[in-house]
Design a protein around this ligand. Structure first.
Ligand code: KG4
Ligand code: ZN
Length: 345
């Protein structure tokens, strides 16, 4: 079954062709990083206009790299939420037009389901169900128990900022530009993670929820004092601030994820989403999981960040279970995964 996946939920225009929910024939991502760079973050209006310019060439490129025509497709999977409304609209309405004119079955997808299942795009053997998935990106930080395709239970989520958002804000504070995650990680490599004792929000032993706004404020206050009185804080480099901040985020993500693993008794953890590219997170999670006899899985960076392939893969499982949608579907800026029509696959 040849599925075209389309994702325009934020600032990447992406399309991919995936066969039978696994074999990626093409995955094209047009990044808008340079467009948003001067503003230090995504400007929604600019993002939707750029999607309009890019959606047709990106989809055509995905089809051509896959050596396919629209008539070869058995389905279209398109992200309808969560995300920026203007951006989502472009992908959805283009998908609807293709589906209508070429009579192709179509399904509206939850972006987070794509991230959770992105590990199944890899060639290595995938984790067995059930597993715990941490989706950690610019818009989300959530822990799920995953019992099968289409079968997810939310265990915890951020009550304020997403971890990627905190990375982006700290990068901005330190003058590292946008997007911030990679820049903070690179700077942190030459710093000491014990340099500054930033707070960790564990919020009581029973909570699997996250909070990063206090940490963000703490870094902002520290940076202000550090800039004003360099002598007083002599010896602390900007790299130490980056490394200490990163360590505070990683500590909380690893602790809560392994707590979720302990509560569920599963043998595997998956991390996905843009922040899952972070090597400090991967390393600490891998070591601490291994110490508990648990295996860590993460997709390659191109499948961690937003891409159409993960949407095609997740859409395949919905379409084979008869969960396609009619063309009256619309975008949903907020779309909790618990509201997905579930099935056991
Ligand atoms: O999954 P993604 O491409 O888009 C969303 O769904 O949000 O994630 C983008 C986020 C950004 O906040 C970016 O700064 C962060 O992922 N990110 C990283 C790294 N690479 C990307 N954060 C920390 N370390 C990285 N290496
Ligand atoms: Zn994402």
């Amino acid at each position: 079954m040849n599925i075209l996946g389309i994702d325009t939920s934020c600032d990447d225009t992406s399309a991919a062709v995936v066969v039978d929910g696994h074999r990626v024939l093409s995955s094209v991502v047009n990044s808008q990083v340079r467009l948003h760079h001067p503003y230090g973050g995504v400007v929604p209006e600019l993002a939707s206009r750029e999607h309009l310019r890019n959606i047709v060439p990106v989809v055509n490129e995905a089809l051509s790299r896959a050596g396919m025509d629209l008539k070869d497709l058995n389905g279209i999977a398109v992200t309808i939420g969560p995300g920026l409304v203007g951006s989502l609209l472009v992908g959805l309405y283009y998908a609807k037009a293709l589906a209508y004119t070429h009579q192709i079955p179509t399904v509206g997808m939850n972006h987070l389901e794509g991230h959770i299942l992105s590990i199944f795009l890899e060639d290595d053997p995938p984790p067995a169900f059930p597993f715990v998935a941490l989706t950690v990106s610019g818009g989300h930080t959530s822990l799920y128990r995953v019992d099968g395709f289409g079968n997810y239970s939310l265990m915890g989520q951020t009550l304020d900022d997403a971890a990627g958002e905190a990375f982006d804000k700290v990068a901005k504070l330190l003058g590292l530009g946008y997007p911030g995650g990679i820049a903070v990680e690179e700077l942190a490599r030459s710093g000491s993670k014990e340099g500054v004792p930033f707070p960790r929000a564990f919020m009581g032993p029973a909570s699997l929820d996250f909070s990063f706004s206090g940490l963000k404020t703490s870094v902002a206050l520290y940076v202000r004092r550090w800039r004003e009185s360099k002598e007083e804080m002599a010896g602390v480099k900007m790299a130490d601030i980056a490394a200490s901040f990163q360590e505070a985020v990683v500590d909380v993500l690893v602790h809560k994820t392994l707590d979720a693993v302990k509560r569920t008794g599963v043998g595997a953890v998956v991390i996905a989403g843009g922040v899952a590219c972070n090597k400090a997170l991967r390393e600490k999670m891998r070591c601490e999981a291994a110490a508990k006899g648990v295996t860590l899985y993460y997709p390659r960076p191109a499948y961690c960040t937003d891409n159409g392939a993960m949407i095609a893969l997740a859409g395949y499982h919905r379409l084979i279970h008869g969960k396609g949608a009619d063309l009256s579907m619309d975008v949903r800026s907020r779309f909790p995964i618990e509201e997905l029509a579930s099935f056991d696959g």
